[in-house]
Design a protein around this ligand. Structure first.
Ligand code: DGP
Length: 115
């Protein structure tokens, strides 16, 4: 499994940096965003390092599907009972800061600009 020792999320996956794990399985972990943009703000982070959605491969199909399928349950359990957003930022114009693919789950308020 690819691992980048300079990547913050790889270091969280390895337990070298702390995070409150809300979910963990063989393929990904989930923890709260350190700078929450909503009352509920979770990050779903694959254990394997790949930078963006464009770097995902066919072998990641099940992982990506499983993350999306788990998002509703975790959002509800964490208190986003009135809806939530599921966001993947990609590249500079996508506002991506950490180049280890991750899924944001945001809810508990509606501060959004409508898309
Ligand atoms: P993005 O812009 O999609 O790359 O979002 C990266 C998010 O990661 C950003 O909202 C802040 C969060 N983040 C960065 N470093 C850490 C960390 O060390 N711990 C946690 N829990 N979140 C982090």
């Amino acid at each position: 499994m690819t691992h980048d020792p300079n990547c913050i999320f790889c270091r969280i996956v390895k337990g070298e940096l702390p995070a409150k794990r809300i979910h963990e399985d063989d393929e990904f972990i989930v923890f709260p965003d350190i700078h929450p943009a909503a009352p509920v703000h979770l990050l779903m982070v694959p254990k394997e390092h790949f930078a963006t959605l464009a770097d995902a491969q066919a072998k990641h199909e099940e992982l990506l599907g499983r993350m999306l399928l788990l998002a509703p349950r975790l959002a509800r359990e964490q208190g986003a009972t009135n809806g939530y957003r599921v966001v993947i930022n990609n590249g500079p114009d996508g506002g991506q800061e950490v180049y280890h693919l991750h899924v944001h789950v945001l809810g508990g308020a509606r501060p959004w600009k409508r898309l």
